[in-house]
Design a protein around this ligand. Structure first.
Ligand SMILES: Cc1cc2nc3c(=O)[nH]c(=O)nc-3n(C[C@H](O)[C@H](O)[C@H](O)COP(=O)(O)OP(=O)(O)OC[C@H]3O[C@@H](n4cnc5c(N)ncnc54)[C@H](O)[C@@H]3O)c2cc1C
Length: 388
């Protein structure tokens, strides 16, 4: 079967990532998935190859590549049947320090993150009682001498067990004492190595997919005041600043998934013979695959557009949100078409379809749910009344 056209941007990077991923085939991911284990070897290989430091400027030891290159890396990982969720946050969480941290903080953390000596890939925003309503979060950070004392709880804090540092969003001024509702939250870097057992507890959550996600509890945890990023009270703005990058990168993963499903489906549809002919000869089998292909290629264009605007330093909230929305929908359509094409075998572990199906479903909900993107577009782009 003729291979499908591939994107032609960053050919060497794409080739390199594909070669690396070939060392981690479906059997590798299946085994980890079964036991809900963390892909240590894969993450180490990506780190050593420098891919996770691609967005860190060269001054701090990274390769200073554009976001389009980072999206291509994640796309290739997912397009190879793997999953970048174990480490994608190492690429972009540091952006908050890069954009809003002091010079001393950048020098202290970024070179070690770039070298992979330090993992900053845990992001503590979501809480059980506030969920999507980030401004309603209840975890507090109270200044006491040279420290902040943290109390509260986070949920779905992914990779906390495999990270040295966590970027934490906590309330430093009570909600009823702030002038504007977006104020009063602050970003702190928590050193998990010091915090574990001295006010911080991590509890894994067994989930539908292998995602190393956890609940985190803070009980009078002391964090040095020098770990505050930027100005106290402005943390929500800093987190929002990082969201376009996250949306573009996650959209890249969705495109990789979509392409993997389409490739897998068209191959199977050509080879599986039922009623004396390939099942792919039936339009009822062809059309969902063709539709998913069209959806994923269209979404890929939006991802490219969003990345180009981001890399050009131009506003891209609209495009980054649409890229994430369309790419997540495309990957889900492709997952559905692929599973259906495989009939009963789609449910068998050894085809990897059911694993990828579970994995790609996440993008309808996290890191931002589809409804919240639609609400953003409705309000901020289409000028409709605010719904919440
Ligand atoms: C595997 C996994 C990993 C995650 N990793 C992280 C992480 O590392 N760090 C982190 O901070 N968070 C993480 N999250 C959390 C994730 O970002 C949230 O689950 C997500 O933002 C939704 O929040 P919620 O689950 O509380 O849903 P809720 O806010 O309770 O929403 C439930 C449903 O209601 C809908 N809804 C809510 N409000 C509205 C509204 N106003 N209009 C329309 N629809 C609405 C939502 O779209 C959603 O479908 C992760 C989640 C999962 C499942």
């Amino acid at each position: 079967m003729e291979p499908l056209d591939r994107d032609d941007d960053f050919p060497e990077i794409r080739e390199g990532v594909r070669a690396l991923c070939a060392r981690f085939p479906g059997s590798y991911w299946r085994e980890l998935d079964r036991e809900r284990r963390y892909p240590e070897d894969f993450v180490r290989a990506l780190t050593e190859a420098g891919y996770l430091a691609c967005l860190i400027p060269e001054d701090f030891g990274g390769s200073g590549l554009p976001i389009a290159a980072a999206a291509a890396i994640l796309e290739e990982i997912h397009g190879s049947g793997g999953n970048g969720a174990a480490c994608h946050a190492q690429m972009y969480i540091m952006g908050t320090i890069l954009r809003h941290g002091s010079e001393a903080q950048k020098r202290r953390w970024l070179p070690d993150i770039a070298a992979g000596r330090l993992r900053l890939q845990a992001f503590g925003v979501t809480e059980p009682t506030s969920g999507t309503d980030t401004l309603g979060l209840a975890t507090t950070a109270v200044r006491s001498g040279g420290s902040y004392v943290i109390n509260g709880q986070k949920v779905w804090t992914s990779r906390a067990e495999y990270s040295d540092l966590m970027l934490l969003l906590a309330r430093t001024t009570p909600k009823d004492q702030v002038k504007k509702k977006g104020e009063g939250l602050s970003v702190l870097v928590v050193d998990l190595r010091e915090a574990l057992g001295t006010g911080l507890t991590i509890r894994p959550i067994r989930a539908m997919l292998n995602h190393a996600t956890t609940e985190v509890f803070f009980d009078d945890l002391e964090v040095p005041a020098e770990n505050l990023v930027g100005t106290e009270g402005r943390g929500f703005r800093y987190i929002l600043d990082g969201m376009n990058a996250e949306r573009v990168l996650i959209a890249g993963e969705c495109i990789g998934d979509a392409r993997w499903f389409v490739e897998k489906a068209r191959t199977y549809a050509s080879e599986r013979i039922v009623f004396g002919r390939p099942i792919g000869q039936n339009q009822g089998v062809q059309f969902p695959i063709a539709r998913a292909y069209a959806q994923s290629e269209a979404a890929a264009l939006m991802v490219r557009r969003a990345a180009a605007l981001f890399d050009g330093g131009r506003p891209c909230g609209k495009e980054a949100n649409m890229a994430k929305l369309l790419a997540a929908e495309a990957s889900w359509a492709a997952a559905e078409a692929c599973l259906q094409t495989h009939g009963g075998y789609g449910f068998a572990e050894e085809y990897d379809v059911e694993r990828k199906f579970r994995e790609t479903r996440l993008y309808q909900v996290a890191p931002v749910s589809t409804n919240l993107i639609l609400a953003y577009l409705a309000e901020h782009v289409l000028g409709l009344p605010r719904s919440y």
